[in-house]
Design a protein around this ligand. Structure first.
Ligand code: GAR
Length: 212
C-alpha cells in the first residue's frame, strides 16, 4: 500500500475528488495518509478533517523564498514516508532539490491541455482567462509528472472539454474541474499506485494489461 501525500493551497476540490474516489475503492494499492497545506486558511484542510485524514500546515508566509520552504517541505515528506506526492491546487513552484529527491513520484493536475496555456504565471483562474482570450474551442485538463520545467514533465492523462458561448473564466473553470480534473486525477493516482506507469524520455506509458 503506497502512502499518498496531497499538497494543497486552496479550496481543495481535487483533494475531495481523491477522497471520494478512495471511499469508492477506486484508488487501488494507495491511501491518502496526509494532506499538507501551504495556507493555514485553506478550505482543503476542513475537507481532510471531515474524512479523518491527518493534515499539516506548512505556511509559505513563514519563509523568505521557495527554496527555504521546499527544504522544510522535503523534511516533512520524508517524515511522512511519502511514496507519491500529489499537487492538487498547490500554488508553489517546488525547488529542484525536492523534484530530484522524488523523481517521477510527484503528480500535478493542470487546468489546460498542456502544452497550451501552461508554464510560469498560468495557474488557477488565469489559465481559463487566457483560453477565453485566445478563443480556443477546446480546453481541458492534464495530469503529469513534475520535473524541473514548469508544467513540462511526462503527461499521464489528458481530457478535453468544450468551450461554450457565454463562458466566463469561472464557468469554464467549473466545467473543466467537473468534466476533466476530478476524473483524471484519481485515475492517474491509482495507475501510479498500481505500478502501471513507466516514464521513458519524458513520456509516460500506461500498462493496460495489468490490474484490469
Ligand atoms: C485547479 O483547477 C487546479 O487544476 C489548478 O488550481 C485549481 C485548484 O482547485 N492548478 C493549477 O493551476 C496549477 N498550475 P482546488 O483547490 O479546488 O483543487
Amino acid at each position: 500500500m503506497k502512502n499518498i501525500i496531497v499538497l494543497v493551497s486552496g479550496g481543495g476540490t481535487n483533494l475531495q475528488a481523491l477522497i471520494n474516489a478512495q471511499e469508492r475503492g477506486e484508488i487501488r494499492n494507495g491511501k491518502i495518509t496526509c494532506v499538507i497545506s501551504s495556507n493555514p486558511d485553506a478550505y482543503a484542510l476542513q475537507r481532510a478533517e471531515k474524512h479523518g485524514i491527518k493534515s499539516q500546515v506548512l505556511s509559505r508566509k513563514n519563509y523568505q523564498n521557495n527554496q527555504a520552504y521546499t527544504q522544510d517541505l522535503l523534511k516533512l515528506l520524508e517524515s511522512e514516508n511519502a511514496d507519491l506526492i500529489v499537487l492538487a491546487g498547490f500554488m508553489i513552484i517546488l525547488d529542484k532539490a525536492l523534484i530530484q529527491a522524488y523523481e517521477n513520484k510527484i503528480i500535478n493536475v493542470h487546468p489546460s491541455l498542456i502544452p497550451s496555456f501552461c508554464g510560469d504565471g498560468f495557474y488557477g483562474l488565469h489559465v481559463h482567462e487566457k483560453a477565453l482570450e485566445k478563443g480556443v474551442k477546446l480546453t481541458g485538463a492534464t495530469v503529469h509528472f513534475v520535473n524541473e520545467i514548469c508544467d513540462g514533465g511526462a503527461i499521464i492523462l489528458q481530457k478535453a472539454v468544450e468551450i461554450q458561448n457565454g463562458d466566463t473564466p469561472e464557468i469554464l473553470q467549473k466545467r473543466v474541474m467537473e468534466q476533466a480534473e476530478w476524473k483524471i486525477l484519481p485515475q492517474a493516482v491509482s495507475l501510479f499506485c498500481e505500478d502501471r506507469l513507466t516514464v521513458i524520455d519524458n513520456h509516460a506509458y500506461i500498462d493496460y494489461n495489468k490490474g484490469e
